[in-house]
Write a protein that binds this ligand. Structure first.
Ligand code: FE
Length: 193
C-alpha cells in the first residue's frame, strides 16, 4: 500500500465511523456497496474491451490514447474514490508487455476481476522486473529472444492493462466470440491472450 493509499483508507474508515455514529448508514449498507463494486469486477470486462479494440480500429486508437475514457465508453469507469489513469499497452510481434505493482498490488480491478494471489506475491513482484523472460516461461509463455519484454509498474495514479495480440485464424469470429478467447492472464501479460 502506498502512503496515499493508506491515507485514503484511514479517511474512508473515519467517514464510515461518522456515518454510522450519526445513524446515516449502517455497516451493512457500506458492505453492500463494496460487494456491488466487487461484483462489477470481472476479467470479462477487460476481455470485452480487447475484443472491441480488435474489431474497431478507431476504438483501438482511442483506447491506446486514453484508456480510462475508452473503457468508460463501454460503461467501465476506472477508479473509484480517486481518479486514476488507465494506460493500455499493446502487444505486437516485437514487444510483449506485462504488468506488476512492485510496491503493493495495484491492479485495474474492474477490468481484470479480483487479483490472483501470485500477482500480490513478493516473488512475482520482485522477479518479474529482474527476470521477466524466466517468469513468463514459468507461466508457460515462451517468447522468442527477438521479442522485447516491457514491464509496467503500477502506481497509485496509473493502472495498466495489456492489449494482447489477436490470434491468427480468428477473422470469422464476432466480438463476443473474440472476447471469450481473452483470459485474465492475457490482460496481465502472463498469458498469450
Ligand atoms: Fe500497488
Amino acid at each position: 500500500m502506498t502512503h496515499s493509499d493508506a491515507l485514503i483508507s484511514r479517511r474512508v474508515r473515519r467517514l464510515e465511523d461518522l456515518l454510522q455514529e450519526r445513524g446515516i448508514v449502517g455497516g451493512e449498507a457500506v458492505d453492500e456497496v463494496i460487494d456491488a463494486h466487487l461484483a462489477g469486477s470481472n476479467p470479462a470486462n477487460g476481455a470485452r474491451v480487447v475484443a472491441r479494440a480488435w474489431t474497431d480500429p478507431d476504438y483501438r486508437a482511442r483506447l491506446l490514447a486514453d484508456g480510462a475514457a475508452a473503457v468508460g465508453e463501454l460503461g467501465y469507469a476506472a477508479g473509484g474514490v480517486q481518479k486514476q489513469r488507465l494506460r493500455v499497452v499493446e502487444n505486437t510481434a516485437d514487444v510483449h508487455n506485462v504488468i506488476v505493482c512492485t510496491l503493493c498490488s495495484c491492479y485495474p480491478l474492474r477490468l481484470l476481476g479480483p487479483s490472483p494471489s501470485w500477482y500480490r506475491s513478493e516473488a512475482y513482484r520482485s522477479r518479474v522486473v529482474r527476470e521477466p523472460r524466466a517468469v513468463l516461461a514459468e507461466f508457460g509463455l515462451r517468447l522468442p529472444d527477438t521479442t522485447t519484454i516491457t514491464v509496467w509498474d503500477s502506481t497509485s495514479e496509473t493502472r495498466y492493462m495489456v492489449l494482447p495480440r489477436r490470434p491468427e485464424g480468428t477473422e470469422h469470429l464476432d466480438e463476443p466470440a473474440l472476447a471469450a478467447l481473452v483470459s485474465r492472464n492475457g490482460l496481465i501479460g502472463t498469458g498469450p491472450v
